[in-house]
Design a protein around this ligand. Structure first.
Ligand SMILES: Nc1ncnc2c1ncn2[C@@H]1O[C@H](COP(=O)(O)OP(=O)(O)OP(=O)(O)O)[C@@H](O)[C@H]1O
Ligand SMILES: [Mg+2]
Length: 442
């Protein structure tokens, strides 16, 4: 109704409480912080956390910054880990790239152990970091059994034990993977221990050395242990002379550059390789980065598990990969590592083991350990499950339903929520965008 048509005293109708509106309250201006006090739980306080600029908080219209370590120091979160969930093409990688490269400019270190699309190579170059390409036709080799930088807090004996333990665990994981989940027999454990122990004095130990040792053990070894060693060697053969040869079985030809702002392992050359080769590549590169960033190289470092986060967890049948990860998560806080997991949907974690199984609860526990959870747009069918797991209320679920590309709902610790639009400059977009690389990816 046009205002001009309304009589000054309002419409003449029964019970209409006719009378002129004389009250003209003065307009009141205040900051969103004051408003947050006046209307608690309704208005965003706009309290700005410190860290790298990410974009605009659409709830308060304030700039939004975040740094996992600062948030931890400010007691906003109890872990440094981050989960980024959302369907394909919603901007997860864009967020990870812009956020991590800005953190890198502020002095944090970043590592991407497994970049299956080669989309991080340009990002590494952009921040002055390095990238390594592995796979068929690439010169770089990563030794799965590299001992990594010496941790000076260890005595010689403790360090030897630590390296031995690492190598034992890695070889067992490889064998289990190559046996499609088949476990080692007790006598095989012994054979492996004997072989690794014999190689102790060597400065470089590779899978090829372990293989040769298993094939050709000491004469004095009991026959059943030697036989078990041969069985292990048969399982390992594919690594040294089968279809998986040449990637991870020799000495490393590349060095982990602990001082580079960003370190990327580009595994795009393995795209067409067998699932075993891909799984081993993930295992090798993730382990190598983890091992290399310990000891003297220990510092605040973001480790981004791109795209393959769920595969990484599921690599070893029986979920050993996941168990390792959960374990890793426990120590991450002390090591100063911030793991970022990029996932498509919560249901991917549900697919890891039956409901109520130990594996399944471990997978969800890992998500619960991530105190910073960022939800990008999700399929409407997924919202109910995400809501259950991520604890959204009606408003938050509704908000996720309406998110646009590049916008996410941030849940930070127990009680902070923000809706953030990730803002990138045109120059950054040119470097970070993936759709120019050949449209929708499989
Ligand atoms: N914040 C943003 N600003 C502008 N464009 C964006 C933004 N986020 C995403 N895009 C556009 O969307 C495209 C896809 O984004 P991105 O590669 O980050 O998706 P994704 O969620 O990682 O998808 P996938 O699961 O397939 O890896 C980008 O190439 C870019 O063009
Ligand atoms: Mg992506």
């Amino acid at each position: 109704m046009p205002a001009s048509k309304m009589p000054a005293w309002g419409w003449k109708q029964p019970h209409n409480l006719r009378g002129p509106l004389r009250a003209t309250p003065p307009a009141h201006r205040c900051s969103s912080k004051v408003l947050g006090g006046a209307y608690p739980f309704l208005a965003e306080t706009g309290d700005i956390l410190t860290g790298a600029y990410i974009g605009e908080n659409l709830l308060s219209r304030a700039p939004f910054c975040f740094d996992p370590w600062d948030a931890y120091s400010a007691e906003a979160v109890r872990s440094h880990s981050v989960a980024i969930l959302g369907v394909k093409g919603t901007g997860k990688s864009m967020l990870a790239k812009s956020w991590s490269s800005r953190l890198a400019r502020l002095g944090r270190k970043v590592a991407v152990p497994h970049d299956p699309n080669g989309e991080w190579v340009r990002v590494a170059a952009y921040v002055g970091g390095t990238s390594i390409s592995v796979g068929p036709g690439k010169a770089a080799r990563i030794n799965l059994l590299d001992e990594g930088p010496r941790d000076l807090s260890f005595s010689d004996e403790d360090w030897n034990q630590n390296v031995l333990q690492y190598r034992r665990a890695t070889v067992k994981t490889i064998i289990r993977r190559l046996r499609e989940g088949g476990n080692l027999e007790p006598v095989e454990h012994t054979a492996l221990d004997v072989a690794l122990d014999a190689l102790r004095g060597q400065s470089t130990v590779t899978i090829t050395h372990v293989y040769s040792r298993l094939v050709d053990p000491d004469e004095a070894l009991p026959v059943e242990v030697a036989d078990a060693g041969h069985r292990l060697a048969h399982s390992l053969r594919r690594m040294v002379s089968g279809d998986l040869t040449g990637f991870f079985d020799g000495p490393s030809t590349v060095r982990f550059d602990a001082d580079a702002p960003m370190m990327v392992v580009d595994t795009s050359a393995l795209k067409g390789a067998s699932p075993e080769a891909q799984a081993l590549a993930r295992l090798a590169t993730a382990n190598w980065i983890r091992r290399s960033s310990l000891g003297a190289n220990r510092q605040a470092r973001v480790i981004i598990h791109e795209e393959a986060a769920v595969e990484l967890l599921n690599d070893v049948s029986g979920g050993d990969g996941l168990a390792d990860r959960v374990e890793d998560e426990k120590v991450a806080r002390h090591l100063g590592t911030s793991n970022w997991y990029l996932l498509h949907r919560v249901a991917d974690l549900d697919a890891l083991g039956d409901r109520n199984s130990a594996l399944h609860s471990r997978a969800l526990g890992l998500l619960a350990d991530c105190e910073t959870r960022i939800s990008y747009a999700q399929h409407s069918g997924e919202i109910a499950r995400s809501r259950e797991i991520l604890g959204w209320n009606d408003t938050q679920a509704d908000l996720v339903r309406k998110l646009h590309k590049g916008e996410g709902l941030w849940q930070i610790g127990q009680d902070r929520v923000a809706k953030v639009r990730n803002i990138c400059t045109d120059y950054e977009l040119g470097i970070f965008r993936t759709d120019a690389m050949g449209g929708e990816r499989a």
